[in-house]
Write a protein that binds this ligand. Structure first.
Ligand code: C2O
Ligand code: CU
Ligand code: CU
Length: 437
């Protein structure tokens, strides 16, 4: 009947790998023996069925973050595969083209599972976008950011049980600490995903003299913007995706640093977390196609939600007891009370998100939703131009801030999670649910 279905199988299993030369092996638990897992490239509208077999060390649930997925395959935290079990997850991939990601969502140990490798990039692409001439093929590169701590024997140190934050002292890109990437002196499309447990970044590109290089942001969580947004720096928090076009053509033979300028009082500063990776720019361009100016119109099809001024729900992201976090005082383990909204499917609601105190930041993620960030008050920054340029599924809430979003629910019924994407907060119950009816 014209449908195309692709089948994949993915094993969750422990493996070891040498991250640091001359040191011992690091013990990881990833997808098919890599961490992060392999990047999926799926044409829009091609359905996928992925069989996950859990041969890992504890229970697992898999969530495809940024997708419209029926609730039975959405990775509900307690819908877990025990060790030795498998589950087939079905994805329609009917969303607009976008870079999304898949990661563990198991109840109470999502953070450590993501830390040890259960996360990966998943790209839905639309051949209709080829006409835009954006950098493609080897010039289109997903870059997954995370932060880890290594012991002197080369193995990872476990994330602590501190429920406030986990900050590694080593920034990794695609599982490699402070890597180099050989690039050509031309334009690249880089797709950033922040897979860190607690660390947001403020990214910049710097030339060898330390001058920041302007670049264009072309897409976020839900795909291409209407048009590119020029900037010198990019704030990306846990769970968010931003795609940029950077032009290395003036830097042949030079090294360009991708740095992190995030200044936050609660981040215990470590040496080197200001550096992310380096691009080693060569002298020749092997393929000059798709190297022109980024078109001023990228996407005329953004499904902006209908305007609404009545606040449907107000959610307070706050401390619970000594070491727990809640949304409106309700903890995910409170199964009788954790459904905090019952929106009709396919409708739009205005949600107001409040940060109620303390230094920790809360990137708020809503499943099954594309949202428009309407306002940010109480702090100093307002809505950033690249936050307003497309639809999102995560929005960062910093101390003192109130953010309003128009949440546009996907077309299915069911119970879905929403939560803080500081995975340490999420595991310590800063997660609740809504039921589309
Ligand atoms: Cu990326 Cu519910 O998570
Ligand atoms: Cu999600
Ligand atoms: Cu939080």
């Amino acid at each position: 009947d014209g449908r195309t279905v692709q089948f994949y199988s993915v094993e969750i299993a422990p493996f070891t790998t040498q991250v640091y030369p001359n040191l011992g092996l690091a013990h990881l638990v990833g997808y098919n023996g890599t961490a992060p897992g392999a990047t999926f490239y799926v044409p829009k509208g091609t359905e996928t069925i992925i069989r996950y077999l859990n041969n890992g060390e504890q229970s697992a649930a898999v969530h495809l973050h940024g997708s419209y997925t029926h609730s039975v395959w959405d990775g509900w935290a307690s819908d877990e595969m025990q060790v030795g079990q498998w589950k087939d997850y079905y994805y329609p991939n009917s969303e607009s083209a976008r870079a999304i990601w898949y990661h563990d969502h198991a109840d109470g140990h999502t953070a450590s599972d993501a830390y040890y490798g259960q996360a990966g990039v998943y790209i839905i692409y639309d051949p209709a976008e080829d006409a835009l001439g954006l950098p493609s093929g080897k010039y289109d590169v997903p870059l997954a950011l995370s932060d880890k701590i290594y012991q002197s024997n080369g193995d990872l140190a476990a994330p602590s049980n501190n429920p406030i934050n986990f900050f590694g002292d080593t920034i990794e890109v695609n599982g490699q600490p402070w890597p180099y990437m050989a690039v050509e002196p031309r334009k690249y499309r880089l797709r950033f995903v922040d897979m860190s447990l607690s660390r947001p970044y403020n990214l910049y590109f710097a030339d060898p003299s330390g001058n920041w290089i302007p670049f264009q942001v072309i897409a976020s969580d839900s795909g291409l913007f209407g048009g590119p947004v020029s900037t010198n720096d990019l704030t990306i928090s846990m769970g968010e995706r931003y795609e940029v076009v950077i032009d290395f053509s003036s830097y042949a033979g030079k090294n360009i640093t991708l740095g992190n300028n995030m200044q936050q009082t609660q981040i215990t500063e470590y040496t080197n977390t200001d550096k992310v990776m380096r691009f080693v720019v060569g002298n020749t361009v092997s393929d000059s196609s798709n190297n022109g100016a980024v078109p001023s119109t990228l996407n005329g099809n953004i499904q902006w939600p209908a305007a609404r001024t009545t606040v449907d729900h107000t959610f307070n992201f706050q401390m619970g007891g000594e070491s727990t976090w809640t949304i409106n005082g309700v903890d995910f383990s409170d199964a009788n009370n954790r459904i905090l909204a019952r929106p009709p499917q396919g409708t739009v609601e205005l949600w107001e998100l409040h940060h109620t105190g303390g230094p920790a930041v809360h990137p708020v993620h809503i499943h099954l939703v594309n949202m428009q960030v309407i306002s940010r008050t109480g702090g100093s920054r307002g809505v950033l131009p690249y936050e307003a340029a497309g639809l999102k599924d995560v929005v960062l809430l910093e101390p003192g801030e109130t953010v309003r979003v128009l949440a546009f629910y996907g077309p299915w019924n069911g119970v879905y999670m929403f939560h803080c994407h500081n995975l340490v907060h999420e595991d310590n119950t800063m997660m609740d649910a809504f039921n589309t009816t």
